[in-house]
Design a protein around this ligand. Structure first.
Ligand code: FES
Length: 375
């Protein structure tokens, strides 16, 4: 059993995954494959208690996400309470379900920031990827409403094989919408995205092209004096070094899932660990004492390879979810690492899948619609 070394502070960042319900069907969704099993969402009072406890522990940043957090009718009440507690709040939304009126009521409640995600640069591809004919137009209208309401405007595009060649049009669209910052984030392969990874992975050539186009846009924007930052995130599988995921397991981040399960990262639910629930355990106890949060703190749990590596203090052993999904062992060296015994096999399998043409399996939300009607 690893030595528990909980940090001297509580989580700095709380992600409140308010619901797994979502009107869209993105095949790259990071929600768990069995999301429809978790029907018993925290009530408003239970969420208020989670927010209060997290703030008492020192959390300063609060993200509301899902699923689609806008389907929760108590979102404004939660935002308002979070503001009262002193959180900096961020809403991560598809924009579907947002209205001009709701943009304003959320602002009145004290929401600091709205991030809208786009699927593609045109309505046709967007409809295929999101499983909704109306989503694209609604997103654009809401992006404009968000800008008009005076929020900082951050747009997010999850890049993959099917939309990455639209990079030029995507950045142009974000520019036209007046974005202050754009996250061009290649897909992270967890949940539904992992299931669909062979169909979503871009080729090396696509990535090189997309990065070059992004760089050209950076130059162009700088020449124009236009303040729109472009963040381009390469897929983990094309890296040689693992990312310092979550800043280290149980170090600065806590996610609370719709049913109250507390997680050290939003994808951790897939790991073979018993995760505590905020319904029956105080947040401070979860953070300090739970086996799940202590499982990968410190270095005792690391493989001999990682324990002898100079990078262990900066990458914290990489991503535990990725290690588990790719090797079946959550304590294994992250296969993205060039020193991992599995790294060559990973790279080889990537090359072999780059020419595959596989249909995307959309996130199935039939069960979620049933949940919608029940609440
Ligand atoms: Fe869970 Fe990296 S996504 S530890």
């Amino acid at each position: 059993m690893p030595t528990a070394k909980f940090p001297s502070h509580g989580p700095l960042w709380l992600l409140a995954e308010l619901t797994y319900r979502c009107p869209l069907q993105c095949a790259y969704c990071s929600n768990p494959l069995d999301f429809s099993q978790y029907r018993n969402e925290l009530t408003t009072d239970e969420w208020l208690s989670v927010l209060r406890q997290a703030r008492e522990m020192g959390a300063a940043q609060l993200g509301f996400s899902g699923g689609e957090p806008l389907v929760r009718r108590d979102l404004e009440a939660l935002v308002s309470y979070a503001r009262e507690l002193g959180f900096y709040t961020n809403l991560l939304t598809s924009g579907v379900g947002l209205t001009g009126k709701r943009v304003n009521t959320l602002a009145e409640a004290g929401l600091d920031h709205i991030q809208i995600s786009l699927q593609a640069a045109d309505p046709e591809l967007s409809a295929i990827l999101a499983g909704s004919q109306k989503a694209h137009a609604n997103k654009l209208a809401m992006a404009r409403a968000v800008k008009a309401a005076g929020y900082p405007m951050v747009l997010n595009v999850v890049l993959h094989r099917h939309n990455i060649d639209q990079i030029d049009e995507l950045i142009a669209l974000c520019d036209e919408l007046g974005a202050d910052a754009v996250e061009l984030a290649n897909c992270q392969y967890y949940g539904w995205a992992f299931l669909n990874r062979h169909a979503l992975l871009p080729t090396q050539e696509q990535l090189i092209h997309a990065e070059a186009v992004t760089e050209r846009w950076r130059d162009k924007l700088a020449r124009q004096g236009r303040q729109m930052s472009l963040l381009f995130v390469v897929p983990d599988y094309f890296e040689n070094k693992p990312k310092p995921c979550m800043g280290g397991w149980g170090s600065i981040f806590m996610a609370v899932a719709p049913d109250g399960t507390a997680l050290p990262c939003h994808s951790a639910r897939e790991l073979p660990l018993n995760f505590p629930n905020t319904r029956d355990t105080p947040l401070a106890d979860i953070w300090r004492s739970s086996d799940a949060f202590n499982a990968f703190r410190g270095e005792d749990w690391m493989s001999p390879l990682c324990q002898s590596c100079d990078e262990r203090h900066t990458d914290h052993g990489g991503c535990r979810c990725q290690a588990y999904l790719l090797t079946g062992d959550p304590a294994a060296t992250d296969p993205v690492c060039q020193y991992s015994a599995q790294h060559e096999a990973l790279v080889a399998s990537l090359k072999s899948t780059q020419t595959d043409e596989q249909a995307l399996i959309p996130r199935q939300h039939r069960q979620s619609q049933i949940i919608c009607r029940q609440t």
